[in-house]
Design a protein around this ligand. Structure first.
Ligand SMILES: Nc1ncnc2c1ncn2[C@@H]1O[C@H](COP(=O)(O)OP(=O)(O)OP(=O)(O)O)[C@@H](O)[C@H]1O
Ligand SMILES: [Mg+2]
Length: 410
């Protein structure tokens, strides 16, 4: 069977990547993805964001730096295997190879590759990793579910909060809602929470952020939902860029079974990063022509970005069936896309959001809006967690495409 390991080279020496690429060419049934980080700091960032199967780290005499790197890598992505690449001559003729290997083990390396890297050594290493993965399979990553629209006030936050709370009732402490409505997050108020920490704290702590710290930064709600609240103001929001949100999301999906993301009605690079990692994007719309025109253009943007249709679902929110109103099938015709869920108009939602008590709590699930929420909640377990970015590498103008990071297929 074909294997597709992700291999990160951490070395200032570009030749190490060339060696590994050459060695890979001779290994049967293996198509590896290769990336290089020029130093340890970049290496940790790449491990955190890209989660390679294997990181091949250039070993120098600075064992303390190697140990720090290994510790940080283990915290960032415990599943990434670390192998030291060493040139025996660097340590001089008096130092035996076994002494070098022992030092590397002490520094936290799990494997070794002698330079120049040979096909046989690399193949054996990949075989070992494969056997190890078969013995201890990783727990599956959580699912990232985003609520999006390019029009304000259509109900993204209302739906994210209510579906999030409803799902958390079934999976307490396993659902995280990230309020990425950066400029004006309202989820905390809808949940009557006063968060001491926010998404900005997670972003500022990103170099030491792990699953435990992320859980500490989230604020628990009585429903069992955890909230990573929006930045307190525009100044704090400025700290959250595409790379930072990608890192928080990647970590969040390891700490929770479900990560909901409430977003702002603007397709910018942060939003693109959210989309890139979304296993499911709920497109929220209404049966009002200007909103529908916006949704048509949003669907076109998603298609052009290569965001797969099967990860998209359309929710028609605030629906009332009065004479003259567009019906769900009219909406579907205008969108050129099926309407997956219809959430009726319910004026008590407004009251619920004013008093900070999600309507879904205590709502009947067999009729009206409670039934609509229940249907959305029911489909969550079937959402497939993806391992690849959603986008095909396309980008919006001025955006640096995440799906097209420096990565070569070997
Ligand atoms: N199904 C519904 N029935 C009645 N009112 C609703 C419904 N859904 C949302 N609302 C109300 O619409 C208003 C806007 O909702 P919400 O804040 O969730 O929209 P949003 O898309 O998150 O807005 P923004 O783009 O500003 O973040 C709120 O007052 C909310 O109570
Ligand atoms: Mg909102």
């Amino acid at each position: 069977m074909q294997r597709t390991p992700k291999i990160l080279i951490v070395s200032p020496d570009a030749r190490l990547q060339t060696e590994v690429a050459a060695a890979l060419k001779g290994i049967a049934d293996t198509t590896a993805l290769l990336q290089r980080a020029a130093d340890h700091r970049q290496g940790i960032e790449a491990i955190q964001n890209w989660r390679p199967t294997l990181a091949v780290v250039e070993m120098t005499k600075d064992l303390r730096a190697l140990k720090t790197f290994a510790d940080e890598a283990a915290a960032a992505a415990p599943e990434t295997n670390l192998a030291a690449a060493f040139s025996p001559e660097l340590f001089g003729p008096d130092v035996s190879e076994s002494a070098i290997l022992i030092e590397a083990i002490r520094a936290g390396m799990q494997d070794f590759l002698r330079r120049p890297v040979s096909r046989a050594d690399l193949e054996q290493l990949l075989d070992r990793l494969e056997r190890k993965a078969a013995v201890c399979p990783r727990s599956p990553p959580g699912k990232i579910v985003s609520f999006i629209s390019n029009k304000g006030g259509v109900g993204k936050s209302t739906l994210a909060v209510n579906v999030g709370c409803g799902l958390a009732a079934q999976a307490p402490e396993r659902v995280l809602l990230i309020d990425a409505s950066l400029q004006l997050g309202v989820c905390a108020s809808m949940l009557d929470l006063k968060p001491a920490t926010t998404l900005t704290d997670a972003v500022r702590e990103r170099h030491r952020l792990d699953e435990t710290l992320l859980r500490q930064l989230a604020t628990p709600h009585a429903s069992g939902l955890h909230l990573l609240a929006a930045p307190r103001d525009a100044l704090e929001a400025a700290d959250v860029d595409e790379e930072a949100i990608a890192r928080v999301l990647t970590l969040a999906r390891r700490a929770y079974d479900y990560v909901f993301v409430d977003t702002f009605p603007l397709i910018d690079s942060v939003m693109m990063a959210v989309l890139d990692l979304s296993d499911r994007a709920f497109l929220i719309t209404e049966s009002v022509v200007p909103t529908l025109l916006g949704t048509v253009s949003l669907i076109r943007v998603l298609d052009n970005l290569g965001f797969p249709k099967e990860r998209q679902r359309v929710i028609l929110n605030r629906y009332s069936s009065f004479a003259g109103n567009l019906r769900p099938h009219d909406v579907a015709n205008r969108l050129g896309r099926a309407v997956d869920h219809v959430v009726p108009y319910q004026k008590k939602l407004l009251i619920a959001s004013n008093i900070g008590r999600p309507y879904v709590q205590g709502a009947a699930t067999w009729y009206g809006i409670g039934k609509a929420f229940a249907r959305i909640i029911q489909e969550m377990p079937a959402v497939a967690a993806q391992h690849e970015p959603a986008r095909n590498g396309a980008s919006i103008p001025g955006d640096r495409p995440l799906g097209a990071r420096k990565e070569t297929r070997v």
